[in-house]
Write a protein that binds this ligand. Structure first.
Ligand SMILES: C[S@@+](CC[C@H](N)C(=O)[O-])C[C@H]1O[C@@H](n2cnc3c(N)ncnc32)[C@H](O)[C@@H]1O
Length: 288
């Protein structure tokens, strides 16, 4: 039998195993990225090809967990690309809040999609609190909903704990670190008032069934951040993610992407680029 055929058949079986366990179809993710990540786990398990690796997975189903971890890599840290958080403080939060003032709307809704261990969405929550403090506004005056979502439930459990190592907080200014974190011997623990501000919930960004987190809660987000997640998606998956974004954003709401990510052509008309450096787009509304 043709070896190449055999091997791709086992790759399909590996994808099937992942889909059955986690409900994620990685065959739709960007092929080069997925194959690179698979190669790492194959090397770690001494598997020469997909057939070997499939047997390694079947023999030791815990290896599926290792594979999932590697396929959904979670490199992140607090205030990643610090400039973005200055822009939120200088431009985005003032615009969102001023826009609402005229309508007597007190809701503030923010969604961090692909939030990994929570570093990014907690950084946004801290930036918002600091902004409110600076502008002498009271947190209690707002009805805030801040969500962090990911497909990886273990990552969400860790995010809820709010415990980080030194590396994760390397970009945090000293006064913020002193104010919002408790330093333990070898780690940093977020204080409860920040932890309680963010709801972590599982959500597949590419799902065709659910609109934004969590299912059942209407959308109306003022700000969605989805950085360093779309790069792993094929064009078809990106389309699904953007369909979810446009259904979930308020008219004049903002979308923030990662440095090497952009809006697919089909969705370009829905957005105006407001900040190239920080990849910030303003939503025109469904009517465009
Ligand atoms: C590199 S992290 C990005 C973390 C953070 N947004 C940042 O930029 O620092 C990518 C995250 O996307 C998540 N992810 C991958 N596919 C996803 C999907 N279909 N739906 C939701 N999250 C997904 C991964 O589990 C991972 O935690």
């Amino acid at each position: 039998m043709n070896h190449q055929f055999n091997d791709s058949k086992y790759l399909e079986l590996i994808f099937k195993g992942l889909d059955e366990r986690y409900g994620i179809d990685f065959s739709l993710y960007r092929e080069s990225t997925i194959k690179r990540r698979l190669a790492r786990r194959m090397a770690a398990t001494d598997s020469g090809d997909y057939l070997d690796y499939f047997y390694a997975l079947e023999k030791n189903p815990e290896e599926y967990e290792n594979l999932l971890r590697d396929l959904t890599i979670k490199v992140s840290h607090f205030f990643r690309n610090r400039h973005l958080f200055q822009t939120l403080d200088n431009d985005i939060f003032p615009d969102i809040i001023n826009n609402k003032k005229g309508k007597n709307d007190r809701t503030l809704r923010i969604w961090g999609a692909g939030c990994a261990f929570g570093e990014e969405i907690y950084s946004v929550a801290i930036t918002l609190l600091e902004y409110l403090k600076k502008t002498k506004k009271r947190v209690d005056d707002y009805d805030m909903s801040i969500f962090g979502t990911d497909i990886d439930e273990q990552a969400l459990s860790k995010a809820k704990l709010g415990i980080y190592d030194k590396n994760a907080v390397r970009n945090v200014k000293k006064e913020i670190l002193d104010h919002y974190f408790i330093m333990r011997c070898d780690h940093y623990q977020l204080i409860d008032s920040i932890k309680n501000l963010v709801n972590f919930t599982k959500n597949d960004l590419t799902s065709e069934k659910h609109i934004s987190p969590p299912s059942g809660v209407i959308a109306n987000y003022d700000l969605i951040l989805c950085r360093n997640t779309l790069i792993y998606f094929s064009a078809a998956l990106q389309q699904r993610a953007f369909l979810n974004f446009i259904r979930s954003l308020n008219p004049r709401g903002y979308l923030v992407l990662g440095g090497s990510e952009s809006i697919p052509n089909d969705f370009k008309d829905y957005f105006i680029l407001t900040n190239l450096k920080d990849k910030i787009y303003k939503f025109r509304g469904q009517g465009r």
